[in-house]
Write a protein that binds this ligand. Structure first.
Ligand code: URA
Ligand code: SF4
Length: 237
């Protein structure tokens, strides 16, 4: 990407040019993490094993016909996930919205466009990452996922993580972060440190939490914090 277009993406994130200059200097203290790093392994939930799903096609078929929770009745279609099956970054969001329910792909609405810009600026453009949601079906009127829906859908996400084996998981939004890590810590406290997730016992994947792009559309002043989170993510991988 040409520098001008990259600058445009960075400006969309609210990043000022002086940051670009400081990033260019190798020993810049700007690049050092200001945040503490806490590694608390988060064990995956293996209480509900799926039938053998050792490949993407079978997993996708299970999801497509899934009736495990009541969202099956109101969805237009399932939104499985998309992207590079051997990605080094995996992005996890909350649930499909209206656009995603219509198109069958995660993050295709306005929030998705901002996510694309964030990923581009991070050096991990959309087509290089794998994107999935906690829930594969849209909750009516975009209400929060219910605990029984998250529990029912969780095995699919775990299988996706096991198949991709990413080097880093980027959780966007409070719900994605709290549900993946199975904590109820506020997002302001979850971001700024490195968490860990074990989809496969003994194989710890670093997890970075940041704000949801839909929240950034409402609160553009928070973009700066997202860039801090992206820098922390880049230090992991
Ligand atoms: N918000 C999400 O969390 N996921 C999507 O796929 C779209 C919007
Ligand atoms: Fe199945 Fe998940 Fe959709 Fe519920 S949200 S019906 S568990 S795919």
């Amino acid at each position: 990407m040409e520098p001008a277009r990259r600058l445009c993406y960075l400006q969309a994130l609210g990043i000022e040019v002086y940051r670009l200059r400081s990033r260019a200097s190798a020993n810049s203290t700007e690049e050092q993490p200001v945040e503490s790093v806490c590694l608390e392994p988060q064990q995956g939930d293996f209480s509900q094993p799926l039938p053998k799903t050792d490949n993407w096609d079978r997993l996708q078929q299970y999801v497509k016909s899934c009736q495990k929770c009541s969202l099956a009745a109101s969805r237009t279609q399932t939104v499985f996930g998309t992207g590079n099956p051997t990605a080094s970054w995996m992005v996890i969001g909350e649930a499909p919205g209206a656009d995603e329910d219509r198109q069958g792909e995660p993050f295709v609405g306005r929030a998705g466009q901002l996510l694309d810009e964030i990923l581009w600026a991070a050096g991990h453009p959309r087509e290089t990452v794998y994107i999935a949601n906690i829930l594969k079906c849209r909750p009516p009127k975009n209400r929060d996922p219910r605990p029984e829906e998250v529990t029912a859908c969780r095995p699919y996400l775990l299988e996706q993580i096991k198949l991709v084996q990413p080097e880093l998981i980027l959780c966007v939004g409070r719900i994605a972060a709290q549900q993946l890590l199975q904590v109820d810590t506020p997002i302001g406290k979850l971001r700024g440190s490195v968490h860990a997730f074990e989809a496969i016992p003994g194989q710890s994947i670093p997890v970075i939490v940041t704000y949801h792009p839909a929240y950034l559309l409402r609160s553009p002043g928070e973009k700066r914090k997202v860039w801090q989170d992206i820098k922390l993510a880049r230090q992991q991988h």
